[in-house]
Design a protein around this ligand. Sequence first.
Ligand code: AMP
Length: 285
Amino acid sequence: MSVAIVNTCDKMRQLSERARKEGRIVGFVPTMGALHEGHLSLVRIARKRADVVVVSIYVNPAQFTPGEDFEKYPRMVDEDVRLLGTVGADYVFTPDDAMIYPEGYATYVTVEGLTEGLCARSRPIHFRGVTTVVSKLFNIVRPHLAVFGQKDFQQLAVIRRMTADLNFDIEIIGAPIVREADGLAMSSRNAYLSPEGRVQATAISRSLGEAQNLVNAGETHPDEIIEHVRRVIGEAPLAEVEYIELVDPDSLIPLTEVTERALLALAVRFGQTRLIDNSVLTVPE
Ligand code: AMP
């Protein structure tokens, strides 16, 4: 399967408009590239639901906080395009910074509330950057549906809110987290891990599994669950916990008791590498 590379906004819009006029369903998967099975799983979902599948690859400067890894973020478009060919994407949209943020650019999209806790505490401008670029991409690609991973659970919640609030006529589809065989959630940033860090990082998914076991055994106190997760991650000497929280999966507000469903979300640093993961814990009936 050959994938067509589209590198201007006008061309992307034209292709999408033509598809829409022909009555074809346009599916969209926004990414920052350095693609792995997690990304490809989203493309497969889009492929099942849409006639035309567009994947964007754009490392969006607006979502990186100063001092983060924007410059060294892995960029490997040729390999990405090859991988996208294996899962049947039709177009890869690869805009550059001058197209997305031309001189004089001054407009930002902000979602309130959902963007205040969890990752936003250490990445204060991150979600504003995400919602701004995703709105722009929605307007350029004009998809009927767009697929986002639950790996970035807070991002998915923010995008759903924005899509509803701004009347984007786009169905947002959430896709399950894809993991390595040893449980580590796939991420382009896993490549930064040292060999020791890579081994120790399995503590993260292990801790999520143990948290569900505690809930299965009747534990309902967030503090107890969070303490246990902290202990399991603490067994990895290189791990530095940024946050571990139990929140309502819809509002992302911290819970005082686990009743039905609770989002356990965490961010942990291994050296310079910041990893996030999460799991929705369910209380057995
Ligand atoms: P990124 O390239 O990191 O911006 O991610 C692009 C999309 O892929 C986002 O919707 C992510 O949530 C999703 N994604 C990244 N890693 C995974 C994963 N391990 N499983 C499922 N989706 C993922």
